[in-house]
Design a protein around this ligand. Sequence first.
Ligand code: TRP
Length: 345
Amino acid sequence: MLPKEGNNVMQKEIYLTGITTTGTPHIGNYVGAIGPGVQASKDKSKDNFYFLADLHALAKAGDPERITRSTLEIAAAWLALGLDIDNAYFYRQSDIHEISELTWILTSMTSKGLMNRAHSYKAQVQNNIESNAKDQDKGINMALYSYPILMAADILMFKSTHVPVGRDQKQHIEMTRDIAQRFNHNYGDILVIPEAVISEETATLSGLDGRKMSKSYDNVIPLFVDEKKLKKLIMKVKTNSLEPGEKKDKDDSILFDIFQAFSSKEETKNIEKLYEQGIAWGEMKKILFECINDQLKPAREKYQILINNPKEIENELISGAKRAREISIPYMEQIRSAVGIRKLC
Ligand code: TRP
């Protein structure tokens, strides 16, 4: 028997991934999002959406040049690493005007209380309280406050079923589900309820100092620095003071964490043995450098060419947005009509 329309059984899975354009892509973005995303883009059994979250960047960064530069760099990184753009949707968030419109519609039906509970907002308030600021909302703009609603619009606009994210973003997906459920309750079954996909291995990567690799901690290894700089940064990764020959603990080693993210299970097993045998930290750094460098070298060359050809990237983004809007424009029409924004006759 053929499945009926609307029956989930035959529906294609739709994956969606966004990266905020606030900085230079780093190896944490690579192992967490770009690497797995590029692999997934080749899978014809799924629909894949990849976008540059420049509207999200506005909530965080005040510097226009930085947002533009970051958009160029992150787009070039996706392309250099081999994103299959014929099989995937690749676009800049701000080119999809329907996302902004959907954000407002969703904002109108999201309770303030839900946003009050967002971890990232609460963390900022907590910072202000701890530093005895007069206003506990100091430095918090409305975009930051309602950031999860814009993210919900990104996800819901393309009927995403699966959203691969780091653990720190899980709450945002839960909020998206809440918002979509409320919408559907009021207006009918229009939005698709997505789920978060959190990969245990690649969820987060440690930075130079052992905290999560993040632009905000200034502890990142940029993805496409030249060889010399890459070597230098790896030399800076924090280790303990154990001497060569002394057994090392893999569970307490940033070098090991990073190596593992770049390697097969078998390669990782070999390194575990070397840790048992007391490999010198200097030696381990050399191994890590070679491992990362070998993997990134071919893409690094492509990246350099692309970065010097912004026109080519711009064209890709424009045609990506055009394809994506073939979905978002009619869907937005349906959503608008459901909430009462309609032609009079
Ligand atoms: N908020 C995400 C981050 O900072 C980026 C992002 C924006 C995103 N919109 C998204 C991720 C939609 C997944 C789906 O990492």
